[in-house]
Design a protein around this ligand. Sequence first.
Ligand code: 3PG
Ligand code: MG
Length: 379
Amino acid sequence: MVKPEYYVEHMDLANKNVVCRCDFNVPMKHGIIMDDFRIRSAIPTIQTILSKKPHYVLIVSHFGRPVPGADNTKHSLRFLLPILSKHLNASVQFLERGISNETLYTLQHTTSDEPMIYLLENIRFHAEETAFDKTDNSNPVTTLYKQMGDVFICDAFGCVHRSHMSITCGKRFNKVYGYGHLIKKEMDALSLLTGSAANKKILCIIGGNKIEDKLPIIDSLKTVPHSTIFIAGGLAKKYNGREPNVQTMKDGYGNTEINMTSYPISDIFNSTYNAYDIGEHSLQEIMNLVDAHDIVFWNGTLGIIEHETYKAGTTKLMNYLCARTDKMVIIGGGETASMVPQSLFLGHFYVSTGGGALLEYIENKILHDTLIVGLAIYE
Ligand code: 3PG
Ligand code: MG
């Protein structure tokens, strides 16, 4: 159970300096937001904070995995200003200096009668964000960040599995802290799933990349009773495990000059071919597995969906699942979620804003990682 006293709805925020951590790590192509689901999902919490008449709300997020100190122009959060202003129907001031004396000065000299809305530059520009568990409290960046809020609200479900500064600082800074509507919604929905999943057969389709994140999770999903794991996408090429309840994609379409032919995966493994999309044979195998399971959990696309050509496998599986109203389908991860037709969000689909966070929730580690140790909002 998530503790109700930490819920933003129940908190007194009048005249407070409120920091709100969101997850705006959205899919982008040529500077255009391909799917704003995570942004839209964060708006209710920001609106609730504003309705409580704080002094200001400082919106915080990361975007991508920038290297602190490098030229990170392409990872700036500036692209969020128009969309946030539109959804909040208010102007948002960008704090491009990130965590700095200048930013703190601006925050401390907020004079507006109406609550000000600030957006902090990508918090991962600071090494302290991701290395928070190794950073001491006297670190200059940590010290500055601590002074930026009286209350730290976290609504970044998509990265609640990270013990990063902006996720876990409320507790360590001894501040008032809590969680927002999105975290509540995700927890409520997913605890229903894990509660009822005990006797159900679960098919976990894991695709995409970020193999370093997914390997340990695949290892632990293997131990979930009645589960079958199917590994597809870029992950299949890199995955070497051969376990009884784990299957991998066996054919795929490669990026060769030769016509689009479906290659056996052994060719893909042993050559310079890349599996850019799942092959017909493997796709059929997944569909057969869908038929044989009660719950389908899908994280990560089956091909490179940014390219129209390599989107086919993911689209075909999505269409198949849309028609299977007898199954419960849980979709995690921004890219996979962006393929779900809006009309099905309330149907037999549950679409989570979390990718890795969702996987860790399902394997239960999240309870240890952040919600207990960091946010401490669980009882
Ligand atoms: C995500 O997109 O998975 C979250 O925003 C977390 O990002 P990360 O995997 O880079 O920590
Ligand atoms: Mg992730």
